[in-house]
Ligand binder design. Structure first.
Ligand code: GLN
Length: 556
């Protein structure tokens, strides 16, 4: 008789977690540090995913002004998130699911929804433990969804902030439940005040103590600062912050964020983390592709000069390039991939409302207008587009940059007098760009959060078009974020005037891409979607690469 085999139980994966918190101040590269740690562990053959927790009440990042918050990054499923999610996708070269992003607002919203549903079975629903429990539920769900060996969880802001307490409580609860499977990294900052010229450790000591008062102890301290940490201060931090000296990692300012993981590895960070998390038998890290990318980023053979014309650059006396970070990074990856050094200039669109200023555009090899909203700087953008079109300067328009390119063409070539987009002037005679059909009701009801056309949609490309040749495909999938579209009533009339709609939704109802024929212009392309969200260091986006190549041709 054949032996009866016991069903073999599938071995359950052991999930481990790394929390990354900020000490002293925000804006010192916690996102890049988290992404770098994630990438290093991935390079050792582990499956890694990354989560961002933002402490604000906004349910997602979509309703915030970019000059307040930076870029809104759109995930594949359409969730509007913090730009750090973009860093994770770029460093890990994977698409990250929506469960990996949470805000205080989204957590409360879910808990209240469950309470209304009687899901708490008549219990008293309280801030503690129900809010941290919901945070933990989501963290574990993300780990399971990704089947991750390691899940990195970055908590926005710094440890001293009142609004972060509930997240630190979640860290404490998880660490108590499984001490060997949870590590805490505090990213701190060590200033060197110019008046004394010495690196000061006190703010870091204070931050560590604040973290401790929430019942959480750091396993690692990443010491950000203008210069490298010396031995003396490393030991001082170790002693006063209760961390092993080898776990205090020097993280001085570097020119490129892509050097950060390579620097961490000099201090053996990934091995030390594996040791703390009790992860055994990991491979040696394979960073060849990354090292090649970093090398290429430094030895471009020639410069390609790109103007990015937007309205969100100025904040008081400062320039905010973070607002378009995915676009800027996408330009860089493509330039590096063809051995060029990108020189990117940020130009405020408002300045170009006076046509006399357009002459300065002559010095640029290519012009890009990224996404945007509202009226500010529109005349300037239309003037810039007209200039690029008439002077054969490669033009790449993204989302609003595409809509305005269509509008410019309608006005100046189509001779539609008094044409506009409904977003700016709904009483114009020719609304060449109009509200999308399903958006009308949403706008009327003031239902503005997370209601645009969001996330990934397929598009069909026209055979033989510039974009079809560029993608090397006739069907693509890209991420969107818009309420307005090319008005279908004008498609035929604009096509007759020479505009080519070379990409549409598969049912041909929505215009997704416009271009000018190569006999008329070397590169004039507008896309309704945001290709920048798919550009990765190790996988540059073909449209950006085509734009960069055309720009370099133009330079020559
Ligand atoms: N404001 C435009 C719209 O809502 C474009 C949006 C964008 O550029 N992301 O359609």
């Amino acid at each position: 008789m054949a032996e009866i085999k016991k069903p073999t139980k599938k071995k359950q994966k052991r999930h481990t977690y790394i929390f990354v918190v900020g000490g002293v101040m925000s804006g010192v590269g916690k996102g890049v540090a988290s992404s770098s740690i994630a990438m290093l562990l991935q390079s050792r053959g582990l499956t890694v995913t990354a989560i961002k927790i933002d402490p604000y009440i906004n349910v997602d990042a979509g309703t915030m002004n970019p000059t307040e918050h930076g870029e809104v990054f759109v995930l594949q499923n359409g969730l509007e998130t913090d730009q750090d999610m973009g860093n994770y996708e770029r460093f890990l070269n994977v698409d990250i699911p929506g469960i990996n992003y949470m805000t205080t607002g989204s957590i409360y919203q879910d808990v209240i929804k469950k309470e209304r549903n009687l899901d708490y079975g008549g219990n008293n629903v309280e801030v503690v433990p129900h809010i941290p429990e919901e945070v933990i539920r989501r963290i574990k769900a993300a780990a399971t969804t990704a089947n991750a060996d390691v899940t990195i969880i970055e908590i926005g802001g710094t440890v001293g902030e009142y609004q972060n307490i509930l997240f630190l409580e979640a860290v404490r609860m998880m660490k108590t439940e499984a001490p060997d499977s949870v590590a805490v990294v505090m990213v701190s900052y060590l200033p060197v005040p110019s008046s004394i010229g010495e690196m000061k450790t006190k703010p870091t000591q204070t931050a560590a103590r604040t973290l401790n008062s929430a019942g959480v102890f750091a396993d690692f301290i990443l010491a950000r600062g203008p210069v490298a940490l010396d031995k003396k201060r490393k030991e001082k931090i170790a002693r006063f912050c209760n961390v092993r000296a080898e776990h205090v990692i020097s993280a001085p300012d570097v020119k490129s964020v892509y050097d950060v993981p390579l620097n961490f590895e000099k201090d053996d960070l990934s091995s030390r983390i594996c040791e703390v998390l009790n992860i055994k038998d990991v491979k040696r890290s394979n960073l060849n592709a990354w090292r090649n990318f970093v090398k290429r980023s430094k030895d471009g053979k020639d410069i390609v000069k790109i103007a990015v014309v937007g309205k969100y650059f100025n904040s008081g006396d400062f320039i905010l390039s973070d607002v378009y970070i995915s676009v800027l990074e996408a330009i860089k990856y493509s330039a590096y991939s063809v051995h060029l050094k990108p020189e990117i200039h940020y130009l405020s669109s408002v300045a170009f409302s006076d046509k006399k200023t357009l002459k300065q555009l002559k010095q640029y090899d290519g012009i890009l207008i990224p996404g945007g909203f509202g009226t500010t700087g529109i005349d300037g953008k239309l003037n810039v587009i007209e200039y690029a079109r008439k002077n054969g300067i490669p033009y790449f328009g993204i989302c609003y940059g595409m809509q305005l390119a269509v509008l410019e063409y309608a006005k100046n070539v189509g001779k539609f007098k008094n044409a506009s987009t409904t977003e700016i002037d709904s009483s114009a005679d020719h609304l060449v760009i109009d509200v999308m059909h399903d958006q009308k009701e949403k706008i009327a009801n003031g239902d503005m959060g997370g209601t645009m056309r969001l996330g990934e949609y397929k598009a069909s490309l026209k055979k033989g078009s510039l974009v079809a040749r560029t993608y090397g495909a006739l069907e693509i999938s890209e991420r969107h974020r818009h309420r307005y579209e090319v008005n279908p009533d004008y498609v035929e009339r604009l096509t007759e005037k020479g505009l080519v709609f070379s990409g549409t939704s598969p049912d041909r109802k929505l215009m997704e891409i416009m271009e000018l024929p190569s006999e008329v212009h070397p590169f004039f392309v507008g896309v309704q979607f945001h290709p920048e969200f798919h550009a990765r260091p190790l996988a540059p986006h073909p449209l950006f690469t085509a734009f960069i190549k055309a720009s370099y041709e133009n330079k020559k």
